[in-house]
Design a protein around this ligand. Structure first.
Ligand code: NAD
Length: 297
């Protein structure tokens, strides 16, 4: 029978761990704080930010929110980041992406104090991850790594295929999978929009991480029998529901479930893990800044 990987349950475990670490920090006189910065009118971005604030509240992390007009000059965002970098009560800073076109994303990511960069997108943190000395692992690939570990999915020596090469999912995911570590050691292929024979690559894969942002484009016929299938995709498709849409992954769930050994559903798979790992990175940041041992990897 196919195992349905329960991201909600694993995320609840991570949150319970985080709550314990928040208490350790409180005992040392530190209340961990996360700042979210929003420079966008996009309703999806607004929703993401408010979910992150709610998540913080639930585990005892203080949240601070800064909103910048979407048409304000970029300097306003830089100044806001500088202020947050200087604040003692803010240990993690997250600028909700995407930022408007007139703002240079790279400059934004470089502006954040790398010790407060809980998304792990600052070049210093990207470099550390690649070098096998990660400080903050990006939340989505980190969450996938935790899911694989929670379900004892063997990555060592496995053939893994990551579909997608974005800076926030595909690239760091591939990097984690090739690390010389018990949760890595996979022979990893990264596929992307110019890949010639995706089906051929998938047919060999013991572990598939789908992150292309294309609704249901990996189906059961492309998968190896017994493969572990991690569906990162979150795609809105028109549907006859109250909201007029529904969320589907990058994997065609029903056909894939018939072939896979284990599979994540959408929703309820990777999404909750991404949210939980942000909390994890925030307590880790506070611990690092105050030299409090919160015992996180
Ligand atoms: P992105 O658009 O930045 O990257 C998509 C990648 O897919 C690109 O690298 C591209 O080369 C590749 N690609 C495009 N067409 C392809 C094809 N035909 N074959 C193979 N590869 C192809 O997207 P992203 O930010 O990496 O996100 C990917 C998906 O994951 C989206 O659906 C996004 O909403 C979702 N996402 C989910 C979470 C979560 O918490 N579950 C977090 C981040 C992103």
């Amino acid at each position: 029978a196919t195992t349905v990987i329960d991201g909600e349950a694993v995320a609840a475990d991570v949150r319970a761990d985080v709550t314990t670490h928040v208490e350790t920090l409180e005992d040392a006189g530190v209340t961990p704080g996360l700042a979210t910065v929003l420079m966008s009118d996009d309703p999806a971005s607004e929703t993401y930010v408010s979910m992150k604030q709610r998540d913080c509240e639930e585990v005892g992390i203080e949240s601070v929110h800064v909103e910048i007009d979407a048409d304000a000059p970029a300097d306003e965002l830089y100044d806001a980041i500088d202020d947050l970098n200087d604040r003692d009560d803010v240990h993690g800073i997250l600028v909700q992406l995407p930022v408007p076109d007139h703002v240079d994303k790279r400059s934004v990511l470089r502006r954040i104090d790398p010790e407060k960069d809980v998304d792990g997108f600052h070049p210093e943190n990207v470099g550390r991850l690649v070098a096998g000395d990660a400080r903050f692992k990006p939340c989505t690939p980190h969450g996938v790594q935790k899911l694989l570990a929670a379900y004892d999915v063997e990555t060592e020596g496995a053939d893994a295929v990551v579909v997608g090469r974005s800076d926030i999912v595909g690239k760091p995911m591939a990097n984690l999978l090739i690390q010389k570590s018990p949760t890595g050691n996979a022979t990893t292929t990264v596929c992307h929009s110019r890949t010639e024979d995706l089906a051929g690559k998938l047919a060999e894969a013991d572990v598939v991480v789908a992150a292309a942002g294309i609704p249901e484009f990996v189906d059961g016929s492309m998968l190896k029998d017994g493969a572990t299938v991690i569906d990162v995709g979150i795609n809105r498709v028109d549907a006859d529901t109250e909201k007029g849409y529904e969320l589907v992954g990058d994997v065609e769930y029903e056909s894939a479930r018939g072939v896979a050994g284990a599979i994540t559903p959408v929703p309820g798979g990777v999404g909750p893990m991404t949210r939980a790992m942000l909390l994890y990175n925030t307590v880790k940041a506070a611990g690092l800044q105050y030299d409090v041992d919160v015992n996180l990897d």
